[in-house]
Design a protein around this ligand. Structure first.
Ligand SMILES: [Zn+2]
Length: 504
């Protein structure tokens, strides 16, 4: 089985974890959970980016030592991810000794191999971006992201021979040996690369809160170079290269040009895929503290619960595009997709089994596979197509609801028709399968469905998704197949609280 290594960007600790970071991290978590479930040795890395002028500044403002400040914010991130049920295998901090050591080794290798040289640099520097901007990037003389005027800076720095890799980068991106997704982003990067590529400065002369260069202690490592190396310093042996670097579209250049060039320079394999997701607005406006439309993650989890929040974040708009959130829109989606659709189906089936067969999953003739379409989800995961995953789930729920309506178990029960057993066993089997496909997105919900179907243990220890093996060959064999209790013992339990209480 192929290994799977997924990363989020490391988040900058001059800010608390907000909904944008949560969006990326939930997406990575869903990918990690899916891959573990299908049996891939999986490693999921996230962490925090802790060096740089801005951090020093934020720490000062709060009257803290920089490290103390970083400890506090890194702690906030850790507990936010715990609350969101994020299953990261490690949490890398750029102030970790293991990371600093890797950065020094990495830079030393570049230096000894003569991929780094010293030169004077004059340029326009954006303090918020923490980088020099080139003329073509400016919009009306301003930084396009921050709408501020960059300042002239002249410094003697060390430079990485980025320009040497232009041709190679164009080749590997064009032929797909390193994937950039969505497709539009790939074109954008290729277009920029064709315009030219300049060497970049990889050090700073007067920045104390950074990693000193191993070959010249008077200079420190440029924060972006420091940050990118986390993907190596936080990666256990045998997991490199990354299968997916999940990022926001604003940091695509660093990940699809500078990072692979650095890897080529030290002779390491390139990441398989870089996926840049879109940005969202709230009620049509960019989220900002000044406008006062910032949605905090706790607002969502308090209102909808953790699982529903995970679902709602991913379902609001297609992953690679920009989109808009509104609390009303989220509530509507919660009610329609989760309360009325998925939640209602589970409760409908469980209630019928309790009522008509004394809570036992009956044996019956399987008439049709209601969950056939769910098998397509595997492919959607490979393409990071979260929208298609969710659509497929909802479509299945729809067709199961139609199946209930057309087979009318309540009539069959009244008539004492033996077909009732066929219908109910079909329905239980379908819920059982559905729970597996819901698990990466809504792990607690999947576990609750699992338990309501009388299954023992954790759903993640089920082998159903391994090697595409369809375990359900015989209706009514639910319990024995998953190696829990025997089928006679399976007892459906109707939950006291619905999975997704309707919100008014
Ligand atoms: Zn800027």
């Amino acid at each position: 089985m192929k290994k799977f290594y997924v990363t989020t960007p490391i988040y900058y600790v001059n800010d608390s974890p907000h909904i944008g970071y949560t969006y990326t991290t939930v997406a990575a978590d869903v990918l990690a959970r899916w891959n573990r479930f299908i049996g891939s040795p999986t490693f999921f890395l996230t962490g925090t980016d802790e060096h740089g002028a801005k951090i020093l500044e934020s720490a000062k403002k709060m009257n803290r030592e920089p490290k103390e400040h970083c400890d506090a914010i890194a702690g906030e991130f850790k507990s936010a991810w715990k609350k969101m049920n994020i299953s990261n295998d490690d949490f890398i901090r750029t102030t970790d000794t293991r990371h600093e050591q890797t950065v020094r080794e990495f830079l030393n290798k570049l230096y000894t191999d003569k991929k780094i040289y010293k030169a004077k640099y004059n340029g326009l520097y954006c303090v918020q971006c923490e980088r020099f901007l080139v003329d073509t990037e400016l919009e009306g003389g301003l930084c396009p992201d921050h709408k501020t005027r960059p300042v002239e800076q002249s410094e003697e720095n060390y430079f990485f021979k980025l320009s040497d890799y232009r041709k190679k980068l164009i080749d590997i991106i064009s032929d797909g040996s390193m994937g950039i997704l969505p497709e539009g982003r790939k074109k954008e990067i290729l277009g920029k690369l064709k315009l030219g590529l300049e060497d970049i400065s990889i050090s700073r002369a007067n920045l104390p809160w950074a990693i000193p260069l191993p070959f010249d202690e008077a200079q420190t490592t440029y924060v972006w170079i420091d940050a990118l190396i986390n993907y190596i310093s936080g990666c256990p042996q045998n997991f490199w290269p990354a299968n997916v670097h999940l990022i926001g579209k604003d940091i695509l250049w660093f990940h699809s040009v500078i990072w692979p060039a650095l890897l080529l320079a030290v002779g390491l394999p390139l990441p398989e895929k870089i996926y840049a997701h879109g940005f969202f607005t709230v009620n049509g406006q960019k989220m900002s503290k000044t406008i006062g439309n910032v949605i905090r993650v706790e607002e969502l989890t308090d209102k909808f619960g953790v699982d529903a929040t995970r679902y709602l974040l991913l379902s609001a708009f297609p992953f690679g595009t920009d989109g808009d959130f509104s609390m009303d829109g989220l509530k509507e989606k919660y009610n329609s997709d989760l309360a009325n659709n998925i939640g209602n189906l589970v409760s409908r089936v469980v209630t019928m089994v309790e009522k008509y067969t004394e809570g036992r999953i009956p044996e019956g003739q399987k008439s049709k596979k209601l969950w056939n379409e769910l098998l397509l989800i595997k492919e959607h995961y490979e393409n990071l197509d979260f929208n298609k995953i969710l659509d497929t789930i909802l479509k299945t729920v729809d067709s199961v609801n139609r199946y209930i309506d057309s087979s009318a178990p309540w009539k069959l029960a009244k008539e004492k028709n033996s077909k009732l057993n066929d219908v109910l066993s079909n329905l239980c089997e379908t819920l059982w399968v559905l729970a597996h496909y819901l698990y990466p997105i809504m792990p607690q919900t999947a576990q609750r469905i699992w338990e309501q179907l009388g299954q023992a243990g954790k759903i993640e220890s089920s082998n159903f998704l391994l090697d595409n093996k369809i375990v359900f060959t015989k209706v009514g064999s639910v319990g024995t197949e998953v190696g829990s209790v025997g089928k006679e013992e399976i007892k459906i339990t109707r939950p006291k609280i619905p999975l997704f209480p309707r919100l008014t």
